[in-house]
Design a protein around this ligand. Structure first.
Ligand code: SF4
Ligand code: SF4
Length: 301
């Protein structure tokens, strides 16, 4: 079983639309939305939910007001400024509490509980393009890396049971903890970028991350015709850095129209864009089947 991750150093490059198109072209892959902070692949795939699960991660202090005598010891001890006194009782600021348990341990009145932290929900669903695993972290919650790891584990179980040989994941933006959790152990990262200076900067950072985790990576330039010379420069730099260029997509409002219609671009388009996506997908399959990239930065055939 192979795992492909679609990522982009920055948001807004069309990563999710590309993921949906590849999920459509792959036929029968397990689909995973690892952008747990701001998931939107479900808007295109409109999955039917089969099971919902709570995501519990860590613990958080909770003062029992009736037991608190307002001595203020917990306020003094908390290194994260998560406790204060209000109307003679201790109050926890949930956004600052790091769950270190110091206040719970040293409260003389045993007035602080330490319940599990309910951070979000994750789902197993069925979409028209295949089984889907996705999640939504609650606003302000952390531990997205752990949730990503959990989703990948569930996707592998589903793929095993269904004898599916491919998992396609829509990765989180940026290069932080959830991206690292998405990337480690993947068979191939597809970096979707666009011809702007900020996208190039972010592409370089995400490519470094792939190299660090020894994940082969390829590059797909979206909206390439908005700045053809910069698009060419991206491809040149990518090749120099050992990345495979799998194609260019022209700027096309079909991307927005497809999202509004709840479809993958390749489901409704027979134009240049869909053709470029099909060609890119063939090249990606070739890389996956070969398992390596040759010295010229091309997929070996
Ligand atoms: S240490 Fe316990 S009793 Fe004292 S203020 Fe904090 S919660 Fe209340
Ligand atoms: S658990 Fe730790 S971080 Fe949270 S309120 Fe208590 S002392 Fe502060």
């Amino acid at each position: 079983m192979k795992e492909i991750l679609i990522i982009s150093g920055k948001g807004g490059t069309g990563k999710t639309s590309v993921t949906a198109a590849f999920a459509h072209l792959a036929e029968g892959a397990v689909i995973c939305d690892l952008d747990v902070d701001a998931p939107d692949l479900h808007l295109i795939l409109d999955p039917v939910n089969k099971s919902t699960h709570d995501f519990i991660s860590g613990n958080q202090a909770k003062v029992v007001p009736d037991k608190c005598d307002g001595c203020g010891k917990c306020v003094e001890l908390c290194r994260f400024q998560a406790l204060s006194l209000k109307d003679g009782k201790a109050v926890v600021d949930g956004f600052n509490c790091e769950g270190c348990k110091v206040c719970v341990t040293f409260c003389p009145a045993e007035a602080i509980d330490f319940p599990d932290n309910f951070c979000g929900r994750w789902y197993i669903s069925e979409s028209r393009l295949g089984p889907m695993v996705h999640a939504q972290l609650f606003p302000g919650e952390e531990n997205s890396g752990r949730l990503v790891a959990l989703l990948r584990q569930e996707a592998r179980k589903i793929a095993d049971n269904a004898r599916a040989d491919l998992i396609i994941s829509d990765g989180p933006p940026g290069i932080g903890c959830p991206v690292i959790s998405s990337l480690s152990g993947c068979d191939l990262a597809v970096i979707v970028t666009e011809p702007t200076q900020s996208a190039i900067h972010d592409l370089e950072r995400v490519a470094e991350l792939c190299a660090h985790f020894k994940v082969p990576a390829c590059v797909l330039v979206n909206k390439a015709d908005l700045n053809p010379s910069l698009a060419k420069d991206i491809e040149r730099r990518a090749k120099q850095g050992g990345l495979v260029n799998v194609g260019r997509l022209p700027f096309d409002k079909i991307f927005v129209q497809a999202v509004l219609a709840g479809k993958a671009v390749t489901e409704i388009d027979s134009s240049q864009n869909a053709a470029a996506l099909r060609k890119a997908w063939q090249k990606i399959q070739s890389i996956l089947n070969n398992g390596k990239i040759d010295s010229k930065g091309e997929a070996e055939r």
